[in-house]
Unconditional design. Structure first.
Length: 429
């Protein structure tokens, strides 16, 4: 039996792929917790930024230092994008793109010859996913990837070319997975590369075209799930039907995350995003009217090619007037082969300065939101580290030990540096 160490880089979708790879290997592999104990190291990569690529290369070098006898298999998005580049790195035994992830057991068994195994990802129809534990480090909130790929054409994004077109886990399989998870977990997080497009790919039979809101109704009606949380959903997919359902059923977490990228219409146009700020604002205002106490988050990019100071200020002004409770702020990073990479680039120091400004704004909005929760009673799921996560996406430090993986109604007594404290617990005011 081969001893295997798997390291996943990047997003929740990549984490789900890593769990699926481990499942595919089955009885032929024993999962180990350190590189030094492994016969085979699988690096399941991300390529969304230059920093993500650099992390992978550093990890390859680290594996060679810590365990020079181990074979290294590099897979995932970086492998799909630049297989030749990775194959030239010392110590790399195989490079397996997303197109061939399901073939990893056969590759290891020698049924596929050669070092590089990559094909046209745009022709893929396979769906690879297994539930994974939550990014907070607890074992109480598994993530289930129910959608993969993206058919959008954003000018900055490499993901469609390394993940392939949008495709969905069949509804019946989703229900089976949820039933199995719900037997052991109170909260389940539904994820995807473009989750809001679940069920919309061409060629599906009419009975399968129920879209995301319809899938949620099936889950709520046919499984014992305690709470569902939705990961990121594009603003144009926040339909009235979906928002009405989220607001009406307490088993769906009061949490909306919608990528913004920019608060400037001219930048959004250059990005080839499929909405403008008025559309985005309409969806978030509609959600906020229905769920005024919910968490509202967004991804925002600074320093997109050609972004002027005036356009950046439009983004600042837009964020200030919106009811955001947190932001994920990213500095634009050129991705080879994307249209944006050929545009006039913003100076790196300007990109970083703008990122700093938006992160400060995000911290201010988040502090205001957390201050408004003091004295409230919030429903939360307890975790293993003395914390709990509320339905509206706030961490609470518990006042007394509680078993993990339980629902608890917590009275909020104060602020913690990264969240809240339960009443009678230690608070930093």
């Amino acid at each position: 039996m081969q001893r295997v160490f798997i390291r996943n880089f990047g997003c929740r979708a990549t984490q789900a792929d890593g769990a699926a790879i481990e499942s595919l290997l089955g009885d032929r592999a024993l999962s180990v917790s350190s590189v030094g104990d492994a016969d085979l190291v699988i690096l399941n990569t991300c390529t969304v930024t230059t920093e993500a690529d650099a992390d992978v290369r550093k990890s390859i070098n680290r594996v060679r230092r810590e365990n020079p006898q181990a074979q290294i298999l590099v897979t995932g998005c970086y492998a799909q994008r630049a297989p030749e580049e990775l194959s030239r790195l010392p110590g790399v035994t195989w490079v397996v793109g997303n197109s061939h992830k399901t073939k990893i057991p056969e590759i290891l068994d020698g049924h596929y010859h050669g070092q590089i195994h990559v094909a046209d990802i745009l022709q893929t129809s396979e769906f690879l996913s297994s539930p994974v534990s939550d990014a907070f480090g607890s074992r109480t909130r598994p993530n289930l990837k129910v959608q993969d790929g993206c058919s959008n054409v954003c000018s900055f994004c490499i993901i469609p070319s390394v993940r392939g077109p949008s495709r969905s886990m069949p509804a019946g399989r989703v229900l089976d997975e949820i039933r199995s998870l719900a037997a052991n977990y109170r909260e389940i997080v539904l994820t995807g590369i473009n989750l809001g497009r679940w069920g919309r790919e061409p060629g599906l039979p009419p009975a399968s075209r129920i879209r995301l809101a319809g899938l949620l109704r099936l889950i709520l009606d046919e499984t014992p799930v305690g709470r569902l949380r939705l990961s990121s959903i594009e603003p144009m997919d926040l339909s009235d039907d979906l928002l009405d359902l989220m607001a009406s059923d307490p088993r769906i977490a009061r949490h909306v995350h919608a990528p913004l990228q920019s608060g400037s219409d001219s930048v959004l146009k250059r990005m080839k995003r499929r909405y403008r700020t008025r559309h985005y604002e309409d969806r978030i205002r509609r959600a906020h009217t229905l769920m005024p106490d919910a968490a509202y988050g967004a991804d925002v990019m600074t320093g997109f090619p050609g972004e002027t100071e005036a356009e950046f200020q439009q983004t600042v002004d837009f964020i200030e007037r919106m009811p955001f409770t947190y932001l994920h702020v990213f500095t634009y990073s050129e991705r080879p082969g994307t249209p944006a990479a050929a545009m006039a680039q913003v100076r790196l120091e300007d990109r970083k300065r703008r990122t700093h400004i938006l992160r400060q704004l995000a911290e201010s909005k988040n502090l205001t939101y957390r201050q408004g929760q003091i004295g409230q009673t919030l429903s939360a799921v307890t975790m293993e580290n003395g914390l709990a996560l509320t339905g509206n996406y706030l961490q609470v430090r518990l006042a007394r030990p509680r078993p993990a993986n339980e629902f608890a109604d917590l009275e909020i007594g104060g602020l913690d540096p990264a969240g809240l404290t339960e009443k009678s617990g230690f608070a930093i005011l």
